[in-house]
Design a binder for this molecule. Structure first.
Ligand SMILES: [Zn+2]
Length: 255
């Protein structure tokens, strides 16, 4: 019953036009949206309505939240949802936004059973079972406006959320079939190894070397490249591009 009401409410929200002010914000701050076919743009705007109705935003570190911030985050997050059945990041409740890089007190192992305490600067963060996602607003905006640099903080963090939906932080979002799982594991596993080798050798890659860290970071970094450097990714990592195209059901290289 609950689901029935939820999907009816979402359908109603999706059918509503977004306010002109939001549309102008998206055009100004999220220029990748201008590249979309117009039917995709309409679908995206509908998702933005649902996303903003359902997610709770919170300003931190003195940041005063505005519609500009909410809409700029939502438009980027929702681009990852097009053409699929989606439950709108069901594990995520709140988005916490800092004005800029924020510092997290951290303890990390430095070997030999010794832990080091330190203050780590962060641009963004999310993790499984946290139901929150944290973003630095300046990096969010810069990532959105610089469309072709292959770096996008919001795509990165929301790709982690998609990854969590399949029950782990293992770089595999929910896929359609066992065949798709098999080819995903084969292709992304090989590409991760290739990125590790490239990063050790100091050779440049379309993919940020941070992706060599582990499969979860690899998927997040590959998502950034897929939307922001699609032609290079398709040309140099054709099999990876094909896996991402099948999952996202979008073909940014053709935009
Ligand atoms: Zn990450």
């Amino acid at each position: 019953m609950f689901d029935f009401f939820k999907s009816r409410r979402r359908a109603r929200l999706r059918a509503q036009p977004i306010p002109d002010e939001w549309r102008r914000t998206i055009e100004r701050n999220v220029p990748i949206v201008r590249r979309l076919p117009s039917s995709d743009r309409q679908e995206l705007f509908g998702h933005v309505n649902v996303f903003l109705a359902e997610k709770h935003f919170e300003g931190a570190g003195g940041l005063e939240l505005t519609d500009e911030i909410r809409v700029t985050v939502a438009a980027q997050a929702c681009l990852l949802l097009l053409h699929r059945e989606t439950d709108y990041y069901p594990l995520l409740t709140s988005i916490i936004v800092y004005p800029s890089t924020y510092v997290v007190s951290d303890e990390r192992p430095v070997g030999g059973g010794v832990w080091e305490e330190g203050d780590e600067p962060h641009l963004g963060h999310t993790q499984q079972n946290l139901s929150a996602l944290v973003l630095a607003w300046d990096s969010t905006l810069h990532g959105a406006r610089a469309v072709d640099d292959g770096e996008n903080l919001v795509f990165h963090e929301f790709a982690h959320q998609l990854d969590f939906e399949s029950g782990g932080a293992d770089g595999t979002p929910p896929l359609e079939s066992s065949r798709q799982y098999a080819s995903w594991a084969r292709v992304l596993g090989a590409e991760l190894e290739a990125l590790r080798r490239a990063s050790e050798a100091g050779s440049p890659s379309v993919l940020d070397e941070y992706g060599a860290e582990n499969p979860a970071e690899f998927f997040a970094v590959a998502t950034e490249a897929f939307f922001e450097r699609p032609v290079e990714l398709r040309n140099r990592h054709g099999a990876l591009y094909a896996e991402l195209r099948a999952f996202y059901r979008q073909d940014p290289a053709a935009w």
